[in-house]
Design a binder for this molecule. Sequence first.
Ligand code: NAI
Length: 347
Amino acid sequence: MTHKITLIPGDGIGPEVTQATVRILEATGIKFEWEQFAAGAEAFEKYHEYIPKELTESIERTRVGLKGPVTTPIGGGFASINVQLRKQFELYANFRPIKNLPHIPTRYPGVDLFIVRENTEGLYSGIEHEVVPGVVESLKIITEKASTRIAKFAFEYARKNKRKKIHAIHKANIMKLSDGLFLRCSRNVSKDYPEITYGEHIVDNTCMQLVMNPYQYDILVMENLYGDIISDLCSAFVGGLGFVPGANFGDQCAIFEAVHGSAPDIAGKDIANPTAVLRSALLMLDHLGEYEASARITTALEEVYRTKEKLTRDVGGSSGTSKIADSVIEAMQSDYKPQPASQASTA
Ligand code: NAI
């Protein structure tokens, strides 16, 4: 069977890390047919569209995308391609596992938690206007439908994967109506899952609690902006942004992408860590039912990371993006030990 995948390499470090990932995926022997498209500024130059029609049609056809980061201009310019794609395809659940890889030096070993971020509304609705010069209004949209849907996603994931605890993260003490609604929906959904402990934490306290003791959390569910910020905070538990994968799930399709951005400070130097995109691709393999290949790459990656020199610079090594891909492929070919297939389901 051939898997048709829409590939968006992105810009900045995107092409380097997605290329490394694609090489590793192809080395599994699984057949992929990549439909590759630019997005953002690069696409605009070619097609005069930031999200070309051909890209939209490809995702509608394949229903699965692997995406590198895309740069968003700051304080002006076009709207985030990432946010637009999530809204356009109703990819309402942004799922981000925060899990240490063995042998990666971090301050917090053994972290194992999940961020479930609502992906389609909140302050990322992008509804902003200037009321009068010097006064700008940004609207935070919270709906019962989207809040209930994301809470159900989190609880279903917990039930299927035997996770024990969910915390809803909020600021309902200040945003009494919007975050209040989000909380009410989470609470209502929690009643259908009595085997899962449900708690609520205010977002600023959550940041402190996470840094003091990340082990107290299991699954965190929250609206868009809090999810964005807390994801970067949590990435530091597992070695930084080079390690945290992500998946955007909707009812019709899914796009897999790392938490990190286009990292212009290190782009084009072959030094970016491809692990976060590779781990996103592992989520994609699980989504496609290719559990054995996913386990095989995981074993190889862990094997590579036994040797400090094989790490990238972000975690004290001296290796590079393409070199990591070479090492993982070599480990897959020379040291293949089959692992029990993980049936963990995210959908
Ligand atoms: P960033 O995530 O690109 O970089 C933050 C820091 O982490 C930088 O020091 C960078 O070098 C480092 N870093 C990130 N990924 C790394 C990797 N794989 N290996 C080693 N180091 C890595 O965040 P920043 O600089 O705030 O954003 C840059 C651009 O990316 C912006 O235009 C932003 O809008 C965009 N962005 C796009 C995302 C997406 O496409 N999903 C997500 C986040 C940001």
